[in-house]
Design a binder for this molecule. Structure first.
Ligand code: NAD
Length: 430
């Protein structure tokens, strides 16, 4: 008897011509499949989300009209533990994008070996157009609508683009009201007074710094005296800049949405951070010279840290990069074409799925502290974060050496093997 056709290449709800970020993710999985050995038997499980929920989020606006917004929560994979991933409020969010982001969370969580699967959520809304009261109503209704999927042992949202600690507080409160008990562990990235964790705000930048030091150590690059260029001087870029400076490196160039600044002798990262907090950007900082935005990517430096937006290093500018190492603080800052150019030019790229995993690692600590209602000191948190990032990087580095692949492919190999091994050990239900 011929076997029934068991596998469709794409879910019926996706348009093969417009796969968006999900298409990039599928290519990444295809690229690592040859390295998965016997586990490749399970690889189809990575090519479709476990669950994708689309919800209608109606709210009453301040002027009395009713507005409807489209929301999503996608759980890509929960073989290794509950879903974990942020919630994005943005007018251009699509199901395909949330699916890809949820899949990248599966990879990131497995790469740093925290006991989570991958998930992500989003609402198609421009939150800047909402009043605070409207934003709260939107958050609460969205949380109620996805309430059947989320929970401290099921799926734990966190902040992402345009969501913050206040939004997490509203999500935690809404979920808690619905279940009839305070459930701090349902979201992470909460205010510290509501079960949030010390060290969470700096965690991603600290992770960027930690993997940078690990890679520098292995490639003979001295951090003391190294020249660093950073795009984005917000949470991630600003923290990384300060930590590299403390370790003896020099921040020589910074670009953000207000412009680019340069000083070959080194920019005072702490003073710049204060300036950014006071004025909203790097423009007008007295301790550096203005630089043309186009010159930023070709600046003389040893370490380049894109920590702002996706798609910044492209075919057009990757060839100009003089740095020996790129540490991806942002999600998806390097296009696949730029990745190849950097690799051909001998620039070591530390990929986002490991470099910016410090945030989710301290989110994991927040969740653990919420369960035990016992809160750690900032020093304990930072020490545990550094250890996890070092161990994770070490495993990825070893796989890259053994297979002679890039660190991005190596991270996918490590992560996909962990996910599929869990899948295999659990077996298929029923
Ligand atoms: N915060 C986290 O824990 C975390 C975790 C993982 C990944 N990330 C990623 O890191 C990146 C930065 O996040 P963040 O929390 O530091 O955000 P943030 O809002 O604190 O800072 C963003 C920075 O990007 C700059 N920027 C915005 N538009 C720009 C443009 N057109 N050109 C140059 N610079 C521009 C801003 O000026 C700002 O300095 C994002 O891609 C985010 O998804 C953040």
């Amino acid at each position: 008897m011929s076997s029934p056709s068991s596998t469709h290449p794409l879910p019926s709800y996706l348009d093969p011509q417009h796969l968006g970020p999900w298409g990039i993710y599928l290519q990444q999985v295809d690229r690592v499949t040859p390295y998965l050995g016997n586990l490749s038997r399970w690889v189809e499980t990575l090519k479709r989300p476990k669950r994708a929920l689309i919800v209608d989020v109606p709210i009453e606006l301040d002027d009395g009209t009713i507005a409807h917004f489209e929301g999503y929560r996608v759980q890509h994979n929960v073989s290794r533990g509950p879903g974990k991933g942020g919630v994005r409020f943005h007018q251009d969010v699509t199901l395909s994008e949330v699916m890809a982001l949820s899949a990248w969370m599966s990879i990131k969580n497995a790469a740093v070996n925290v006991p989570y699967g991958g998930a992500k959520g989003g609402v198609r809304v421009d939150p800047k157009k909402l009043s605070k009261a409207e934003l709260e109503r939107l958050t609460r209704r969205y949380t109620s609508e996805i309430g059947l999927l989320i929970g401290p042992t099921k799926d734990i949202p966190a902040p992402d683009v345009n969501t913050n600690a206040q939004v997490m507080a509203w999500m935690m409160d809404t979920y808690s009201m619905n279940v009839g008990a305070t459930a701090t562990g349902v979201v992470t990235g909460k205010p510290v007074d509501l079960g949030g964790s010390l060290g969470r705000v700096e965690a991603t930048g600290r992770g960027v710094f930690t993997v940078g030091c690990e890679a520098a150590h292995r490639t003979g690059l001295k951090i003391d005296g190294a020249r660093v260029a950073i795009q984005g001087f917000g949470n991630v870029g600003g923290t990384a800049g300060k930590l590299f400076t403390q370790a003896g490196a020099k921040v020589v160039a910074v670009q953000d949405h207000t412009g680019s600044i340069h000083r070959a002798g080194g920019i005072d990262a702490h003073a710049l951070s204060e300036h950014v907090q006071q004025t909203g950007g790097v423009a007008g900082f007295a301790g550096a010279d203005v630089m043309d935005n186009d010159e930023f990517w070709g600046v003389d430096c040893d370490i380049l840290i894109p920590a702002a937006l996706e798609g910044q290093l492209t075919e057009a500018n990757a060839g100009k990069v003089k740095a020996k190492m790129v540490i991806e603080g942002a999600n998806g800052p390097t296009t696949p074409e730029a990745d190849d150019i950097l690799n051909d030019n001998g620039v070591l790229v530390l990929p986002d799925v490991i470099s910016n995993a410090g945030g989710v690692t301290v989110s994991y600590f927040e969740w653990v502290q919420d369960f035990t209602s016992f809160f750690w000191t900032e020093d304990e948190i930072n020490a545990r974060l550094v250890r996890i990032m070092q161990d994770a990087f070490s495993a990825v580095w070893q796989v890259a050496q053994e297979n002679k692949v890039t660190l991005r492919t190596a991270t996918f190999i490590v992560a996909c093997k962990r996910i599929l091994h869990a899948r295999e050990m659990r077996g298929l239900y029923p």
